[in-house]
Design a binder for this molecule. Structure first.
Ligand code: BMA
Length: 824
């Protein structure tokens, strides 16, 4: 049977008129897009990210905006049932077609399919969207609510006024966060189309997989919305198998399930553990064709009683695999700047740093389809929060009804993705009950209020996506456990913030033993070339108004600087301070992750806060805004190596145990060599030997007594495979760096080109710590922040980003080499 091709779509993206009646502004806007992008393109606002312009452009989010366009429809375009699909309207808006109100929207996470049958004329039509002022709507709702529901303090940084983001459904961080600018964007993102159907349209296609001895059984569940009763033709194709069906539909929603078995399945693995084969599923409903990529994997969360308390681990295709990665926030505070190229670049950097999981954090947004497609392709699993964060939310009928539509739609849109590992109710909402005077004064009320929303989320996941685990909150100790998970490390996931927010020493990371650390972070300044994009020369001082505006965590710059005095000698100028801040950030998180990974199988996940930035700012991120690698990203590439050797001191710092971590599914044999190296260059070998580390294990290899090291010595260890290839190297300083008289090293650099790649070879005359090469070309080196020892040659390969082609001659021009000893 050949499927008819009646169903079509008329794309309504493109140029719209943009007006602000209260301000006499008339210009144009490219949609999908946002008002900030339009005003920037028309030169009507300055760059919001520059200097303190945030305050200068604040009016944009406080103004009513109207967008309008005309479109032509032919007789054929409208000869059927019509739906106007707007996949993301941000946020409060009235939609008018030819002057008639056809819908009102107030949840940017809900897709609207508006029935406009009979309302589109042959010839010219007008589509108009009138946006309300979201902060005002939120305030009015909060005022009308029978009891106060406080909003997060995170927006109150830098004297900005707060917005009741818990009363409207858009990314909470649009109002600012402790790393985020407040832009309160207004716009339409995603699909804008007029869809014509003979009888019915596709609403969602979900795929559930059951792995068995005969292969993988796929249950393909298609939701079809029919405008009247009748019959439609539906076809699915996957792996060379086609199922064509003529199905009877009733007016309204219809669900059809088709089963397909994939024999000899090619199995999907997270990054580092195997390949990511994807099967293409094509769904055709009378000409409306959609495609999805399906990765076949069995994924379970093992949360069961053990001798400690309860496990918390992800089992994929039968293997317990340690999750390694970071937290993800929206890629830009101006949503129109988020493009597939931007997202690919960031996700490729995550993979290049040996990550296999990101957590999509609940104060941001559900990401566009291409984000999840890329995660499937790259093997990056997702811990997916629902979009609730750091405050209580209403639980009245209207709010719950809107959220029910949101979560149901999002789960149906995304559940086929191999990358989605977990649905999590929210970020830190349970914990936040202890933060606000209102919630603390009346815990019973706010806990009941919480449970109404949270139990609904749980129920939706059970109904819509039964094979996926629902986890109530991050952090959480488990089902119906409303104690806050910051303080228990025996079960559930843990957010550990004492090193940053309470200024504890880096060693404090070794005082907790999480089962799964889903948040912990340490800030640095964004790189100097990024600071240059938002500041003038005179602003480049950590306590200038501009640098303080680009730091949203109260006291953040002071914490960065004060920490330097504990571990390092004070940097001699601002440029060195910026560089040193990145060394220190990487060191803090390296301390945590090396230790927690070494406690495997107790700890089965480490996701640091945070991989990316939403604008150029001092933050916990390891990538600058724009995707450039900060030093921590390089260090992450090392501390997330599947086979890693780490130094773990005892609490008294008298003994150092070297531990071998093997996160591959095979035993590994290594030849270990441990040296005591003086900061002035003398080296002596203090241990060498062969060791075997079992599959998926962490074991102690040898112990060194600190008393056996001279005052100026540190530990340097490297490990090789049977063939003598160096697999990795690492070091450990028993004393803070400031205690050492570091030598000024002379590092020499030579360039070559090999197989189309530019190679930088480094050599040094004295030990150089955190030796770092940078060039003015988008890309990163295969390694950086190195401990360079005299007598060794280190080859670094340059990896261009965005697919650029470069030669060593291009790079050599802008090469800068730095290291710790030159910071003071
Ligand atoms: C966490 C997150 C964010 C915040 C970060 C840094 O707990 O959930 O709310 O940005 O802390 O303070």
């Amino acid at each position: 049977m050949t499927i008819s091709s009646f169903n079509t779509a008329l794309d309504l993206s493109g140029a719209y008129g943009l007006t602000a009646p209260s301000r006499n502004i008339t210009t144009s806007i490219a949609l999908p897009g946002d008002v900030h992008g339009a005003l920037l393109a028309a030169d009507l606002i300055p760059d919001p990210y520059f200097g303190e312009n945030e305050k200068v452009v604040m009016w944009v989010g406080e103004t009513e905006w109207h967008v309008e366009r005309r479109f032509e429809a032919s007789a054929a375009d409208i000869a059927g049932y019509l739906s106007l699909t707007l996949s993301e309207v941000d946020c409060i808006a009235t939609i008018l077609l030819n002057g008639e109100i056809i819908a009102r929207t107030d949840n940017s996470f809900v897709r609207h399919d508006i029935d406009v049958t009979g309302k589109v004329h042959q010839g010219e039509n007008t589509l108009r969207i009138e946006f309300g002022v979201a902060p005002d709507v939120a305030k009015a709702r909060s005022d009308a609510h029978p009891f106060p529901i406080p909003f997060t303090y995170n927006y109150q940084t830098n004297g900005l006024k707060g917005i009741h983001m818990n009363f409207i459904r858009k990314a909470a961080c649009h109002a600012g966060w402790d790393w985020g600018i407040c832009t309160m964007p207004v716009g339409v993102y995603g699909t804008m189309a007029l869809r014509k159907s003979r009888l019915a349209r596709q609403d969602s296609v979900e795929v559930e997989q059951t792995h068995g001895a005969k292969g993988v059984e796929l249950s393909i569940k298609t939701r079809v919305f029919a405008f009247a009763h009748g019959e439609v033709e539906l076809e699915h194709t996957i792996d060379g198998q086609t199922i064509t069906d003529k199905v009877a539909v009733q007016k309204g929603e219809n669900v059809f399930t088709h089963n397909v078995t994939i024999h000899n399945p090619k199995i999907w693995w997270p990054a580092g553990q195997g390949a990511q084969p994807l099967y293409e599923l094509t769904t055709n409903l009378e000409g409306e064709v959609t495609t999805r990529k399906i990765g076949l994997r069995k994924l379970e969360w093992i949360i069961e009683k053990d001798e400690i308390d309860h496990t918390f681990k992800c089992r994929i295709n039968g293997r317990d695999i340690t999750m390694m990665g970071a937290n993800w926030i929206p890629a830009d505070a101006i949503p129109s700047r988020i493009t597939p190229a931007v997202i690919r670049d960031l996700l490729e950097s995550a993979k290049a740093a040996n990550m296999n999981m990101l957590r999509i954090w609940g104060g941001g947004q559900y990401e566009p389809d291409y984000f999840y497609d890329l995660c499937d392709e790259l093997g990056i699993l997702l811990w997916h929060d629902f979009m609730f964060s750091c405050m209580s939310y209403p639980s009245n009928r209207e709010f719950l009804a809107s959220v029910e539509t949101e979560i149901t739609q999002q789960v149906r849109r995304l559940s086929h993705h191999a990358s989605i590992a977990l649905w999590c109710g929210d970020n830190e909402v349970i914990g936040s009950l202890n933060w606000y005077p209102e919630t603390k004064a009346d815990p019973g009320r706010y806990l009941a209020n919480y449970d109404r929303l949270n139990s609904m989320l749980h129920r939706i996941v059970e109904d819509e996506d039964p094979s996926r685990r629902f986890w109530p909150s991050s952090p959480s100790l488990g089902y119906m456990d409303f104690s806050d998970g910051w303080h228990s490390d025996t079960r559930g996931d843990l957010h550990y913030w004492d090193v940053w927010h309470s200024a504890k020493s880096f060693d404090a990371y070794r005082s907790v033993n999480p089962r799964f650390a889903s948040e912990f972070g340490f800030q640095s300044f964004t790189s100097m070339n990024v600071i240059e994009t938002f500041s003038e020369e005179k602003d480049r001082n950590p306590s200038s108004p501009v640098m303080e505006n680009h730091q949203r965590n109260n006291g953040g710059n002071a914490r960065i600087i004060e920490t330097m005095t504990r571990y390092f000698r004070f940097p001699r100028d601002f440029d060195q301070m910026v560089f040193l801040s990145q060394i220190q950030q990487g060191l803090a998180i390296k301390t945590a992750i090396e230790y927690w990974r070494s406690t495997k199988p107790r700890c089965m996940g480490t996701l640091y806060w945070q991989i990316n930035d939403i604008w150029p700012v001092a933050s916990w991120s390891s990538l600058d805004y724009g995707g450039q690698w900060k030093l921590m990203q390089y260090m992450a590439k090392r501390f997330f190596r599947l086979v890693n050797l780490v130094a773990v001191p005892n609490a008294e710092n008298t003994e150092i145990t070297l531990k071998g971590i093997n996160d591959t599914g095979r035993p590994v044999s290594i030849a270990l060599e441990v040296k005591a190296v003086s900061v002035s260059g003398a080296q002596r070998t203090i241990f060498s030997g062969n060791s075997a580390i079992g599959a998926d294990a962490a074991i102690a290899l040898t112990t060194v007594s600190v008393a056996d090291l001279a005052q100026d010595e540190f530990l340097y260890f490297s490990w090789k495979d049977a063939a003598g290839n160096i697999l990795g190297e690492n070091d450990y300083f028993p004393k803070p760096y400031k205690a050492h008289e570091l030598s000024q090293a002379r590092i020499s650099a030579t360039w070559s080109d090999r197989d189309g790649q530019a190679i930088l070879t480094l050599e040094t005359d004295k030990p150089a710590l955190f030796a770092t090469a940078t060039v003015d070309v988008p890309g990163y080196f295969s390694d950086n922040a190195l401990t360079l020892l005299p007598g060794e040659r280190v080859d670094l390969t340059f990896i261009p980003r965005h697919g650029a082609k470069v030669t060593s001659a291009d790079l050599a021009k802008s090469l800068t080499l730095r290291n710790l000893a030159e910071t003071f």
